[in-house]
Design a protein. Structure first.
Ligand code: KG4
Ligand code: ZN
Length: 354
């Protein structure tokens, strides 16, 4: 189905189901967000300490219709007023992605609405335009989420060069794993950033993994192991009667020290990438961009370097369908064509080196 809307006002229904959020949003053009509904599955997966793929896809199946219906109601429109559908095509959990895509295909067929597949990373990259403080191209962007930590040189909508990526764990994954080590609930990012507020970031010197001097890649598995070793040594001391059980202050200090080390490397490498490319604008997005300390350090370091610093409002950092609708809008503007044989994918081409 081909979409040709070059000069019309467009209403886009975005749907996101790549991981553990079933989300739907309605955007009018690239400026007005008419509805934004997010149904998180955190309660379902929390007891397992992480997302269980089979449970996730079943829950998406239950939730997708009510979530989309709620979004349309919130926007005050019916499906007949929707000009285009934007659906997350990948990367993500295959079963979960398939629920969203099949739903979009069915809507498209029945209602004769064209649809486009959106790369989830492209969604995070465009999410910064959902805020008031929009960047101008070109810029350097860090996308730090549960699945990726990647630095891009962005020269236009859907024009990116990958500059660096994680060689092992993603930043959000490190937050989640460290939370597990500390017996804190899933997802780890929000709770670690909350507890860090009462901790001393300089209390424990966890290692910063800078890799080779000119590398823009990341590695977060080492710091996770350091936290695990630190906690184990502490537990042995407690078992041998040499220390009291871990106090709240100690947990807060571990959180703050871990967070500081991750933030240092994420911000340091992004600023370096911008310096190398002589780009004056930096962008921060993805779930980890909701972290207040990372936002603060980006603003401070970027300010010192004379960069213009942009990030989406916190609500658009973690997974949402508004960013998918907005990316879809720009794809339709570029005359994107999607056929019914479109399939989902688990790995993003955006994060593969050329
Ligand atoms: O973008 P996102 O919602 O999903 C993926 O595309 O992966 O990111 C989720 C990740 C989780 O690992 C979560 O722990 C992390 O983002 N996260 C945070 C914060 N809020 C969410 N990490 C650090 N600080 C936060 N405040
Ligand atoms: Zn995401």
């Amino acid at each position: 189905m081909t979409a040709s809307f070059k000069n019309l006002l467009m209403i886009i229904l975005g749907i996101e189901s790549s991981c553990d959020e079933t989300a739907a949003a309605v955007m009018e053009d690239d400026r007005r967000l008419l509805a934004n509904v997010i149904n998180s599955q955190i309660d379902l997966h929390g007891i397992y300490g992480g997302v269980v793929p089979e449970l996730a896809s079943r829950k998406h199946l239950e939730d997708i219709y009510p979530v989309v219906a709620q979004a349309l109601q919130q926007a005050g429109i019916t499906l007949d007023q929707v000009d285009g559908l934007a659906i997350t095509q990948g990367p993500g959990l295959i079963g979960s992605l398939l629920v969203g895509l099949s739903f979009a295909k069915a809507l498209s067929l029945v209602k004769k609405i064209p649809y486009v597949g959106v790369d989830h990373m492209a969604g995070h990259l465009v999410s910064v335009f959902l805020g008031e403080n929009k960047p101008a191209f070109p810029y350097v962007a860090l996308i730090a989420s549960g699945g990726h930590s990647s630095i891009f040189h962005v020269t236009g909508y859907f024009q990116y060069t990958l500059l660096g990526r994680t060689r092992d764990d993603a930043a959000g994954e490190a937050f989640d794993k460290v939370a597990k080590i500390l017996d804190l609930p899933y997802p780890g990012g929000p709770i670690i950033s909350k507890l860090s507020k009462n901790g001393d970031p300089g209390a424990i010197s966890f290692p910063r993994s800078w890799l080779e001097p000119d590398s823009l890649d990341f590695s977060f598995s080492g710091i996770k192991t350091s936290v695990a070793n630190y906690v184990k040594q502490n537990q042995q001391l407690i078992a041998n009667g040499g220390a009291k059980s871990r106090s709240e202050t100690e947990t807060a200090n571990i959180c703050a020290s871990f967070q500081e080390a991750v933030v240092d490397v994420l911000a340091g490498k992004t600023m370096k990438a911008a310096r190398n490319l002589k780009v004056k604008t930096v962008v921060l997005a993805g779930g980890v961009a909701a972290n207040p300390r990372l936002r603060e350090v980006f603003r401070q370091q970027g300010g010192r370097e004379g960069f213009s610093v942009h990030m989406p409002p916190q609500q658009f950092c973690t997974d949402n369908a508004a960013m998918i609708a907005l990316a879809g809008y720009h794809l339709f503007r570029q005359q994107a064509v999607t056929t019914l044989d479109m399939d989902v994918y688990s790995r993003s081409r955006l994060t593969e080196l050329a």
